[in-house]
Design a protein around this ligand. Structure first.
Ligand code: AMP
Length: 192
């Protein structure tokens, strides 16, 4: 399976991406997790990303695209992948399309998680308290939601035009949302 998972911060993408990667026996590639690990290890990539992450801004496209393209070349992605948190801009989506077209293995679906803004703010405040994520502080949360609306939401149309969009109601217990996703993916017509 080759999937991307789209949705605002707090929509539950990470939780569901892990489950989907297990279900489809493919790689779970979460760009935010890769950046956080690099920040923690003090790598050059971590240093390049940290100021953007702390502000709730997007890391520049060239940095993210290079990182993801390298990751997709690794062995565990040959069986497919669930991309969580990438693409977040049209330029990233185009770079992904180009790469997958070169490989002759196009994307199969773009899941779009639908959640109300009230629910997002509630979930993100809970996550800030539980996980001490600096970028879950309230002001930064609002900024991240704005960044999503401006830079990432256009990808919903981008994938809808390509017939790949699979919208999912992401409000409800985790297992219920997983079932909805699997049901929706069952219905898609897979490219050969
Ligand atoms: P996430 O855990 O997916 O919410 O990502 C945390 C932070 O990492 C984001 O707020 C961005 O600063 C950065 N980040 C993760 N993925 C991307 C991406 N595809 N493009 C740009 N920045 C990203």
């Amino acid at each position: 399976m080759r999937l991307v998972v789209l949705g605002p911060p707090g929509a539950g993408k990470g939780t569901q991406a892990v489950k989907l990667a297990v279900q489809f026996a493919c790689a779970d590639v979460a760009t935010g997790d890769i950046f956080r690990a690099n920040v923690a290890q003090g790598t050059e990539l971590g240093r390049a990303a940290q100021e953007y992450m702390d502000r709730g801004d997007l890391v520049p496209d060239d940095v993210v695209i290079a990182m993801v393209m390298e990751r997709l070349a690794s062995q565990d992605c040959q069986a497919g992948f669930v991309l969580d948190g990438f693409p977040r801009t049209v330029a990233q989506a185009e770079a992904l399309d180009r790469r997958l077209a070169e490989q002759g293995s196009p994307l199969e679906a773009a899941l779009s998680f639908d959640v109300t803004e009230d629910e997002l703010l509630r979930r993100l405040a809970g996550r800030a308290a539980a996980q001490h994520r600096a970028d879950d502080a309230e002001q930064t949360i609002r900024h991240r939601l704005e960044v999503f609306a401006i830079k990432t939401r256009p990808l919903i149309d981008y994938y809808a035009h390509r017939g790949l969009l699979v919208p999912v109601d992401a409000i409800g217990p985790i297992e219920v949302v997983t079932k909805r996703i699997l049901g929706a993916l069952d219905g898609i017509r897979r490219p050969a």
